[in-house]
Design a protein around this ligand. Structure first.
Ligand SMILES: [Zn+2]
Ligand SMILES: [Zn+2]
Length: 280
């Protein structure tokens, strides 16, 4: 059964991603208001009341803003690390169902397996996730708010069909920006956010024949542009022979629903037609 996903919105104003099979729907992060999350889920054809779980990656408001309100309104179970649970206390009233998950311990929701893995970021106990569907061997990595991607991140994000990765800032635009020096240093540090160049280097390192779409996420509105983020990634991947797509996720509206099985079929067909053109 295929896996579909849509980045419902991404950036400093909010982050949320829907991952769905025919029987399971999960949302990774809930960084918009409860009402806005419901509206965006509706926009991609997912009824807000039918989510199996919301998985939070860390406590920053752009990932958790609507988590409590949404969970209470729709009875959705919340998953988060112990540190994130403590840091999110003010969002929760105690009437929600909260499960604690741990990096390196996969959690299964019917036909989807979610592997949380450790990230380095200035939050209490941050993770990112890889989501897989074992029957068709489909795999999606969702990793934003990465300072310096560590071995755990690189291991969890290997052999993905699709990657949603942070492409936060252009390094030159960041240093030219009017932020205080301490803020710039924090963003660029190993506990901050991944630059366009950093994202491209990570994607090149993770590149495998099965990768067919890279979605760039968490773009800064002040120190990046969609065109810069996309061209940096496209150039780096093209040099390595990547034939898939590069898509930028914005803050205002959801991306289309990507279908991992369909994308895989398409990239196989492209490879076959390429072979067909070769002599002999
Ligand atoms: Zn963060
Ligand atoms: Zn964030």
């Amino acid at each position: 059964m295929s896996v579909r996903f849509s980045v419902l919105g991404s950036g400093s104003r909010g982050n949320a991603t829907l991952v769905a099979t025919r029987s399971t729907r999960i949302m990774v992060d809930a960084g918009f208001s409860g009402r806005e999350l419901a509206r965006r889920l509706d926009a991609v054809g997912a009824a807000p009341g039918q989510l199996s779980a919301i998985l939070l990656t860390h406590e920053h408001a752009d990932h958790t803003r609507g988590a409590g309100v949404f969970a209470r309104a729709h009875g959705t179970p919340l998953y988060m690390t112990a540190g994130t649970r403590q840091a999110c206390d003010s969002l929760l009233t105690g009437s929600e169902t909260v499960h604690v998950y741990r990096p390196g311990r996969p959690v299964t929701f019917d036909d989807l397996a979610v592997e949380p893995f450790i990230t380095v970021h200035d939050a209490r106990d941050p993770v990112a996730v890889a989501v897989s569907e074992p029957d068709e061997d489909l795999r999606l990595g969702i990793a934003t708010d990465l300072g310096k991607p560590g071995v755990q991140a690189k291991h969890a994000l290997r052999a993905c069909d699709a990657l949603v990765i942070e492409s936060n800032h252009d390094e030159q635009m960041l240093w030219a920006a009017s932020y205080p020096a301490a803020v710039k240093s924090r963003i660029a540090s190993s506990h901050g956010h991944l630059s366009n160049r950093g994202a491209a280097a990570l994607a090149v390192e993770l590149l495998s024949p099965r990768l067919s779409v890279v979605v760039l996420a968490h773009l800064s509105e002040e120190t990046n542009t969609p065109a810069l983020a996309r061209s940096t990634m496209e150039r780096a991947l093209a040099k390595k022979g990547y034939k898939g797509r590069v898509v930028v996720a914005g803050g205002d509206s959801p991306t289309r629903l990507f279908d991992l099985a369909e994308l895989r079929g398409r990239s196989r067909a492209a490879q076959l037609s390429l072979f067909g053109q070769l002599p002999g």
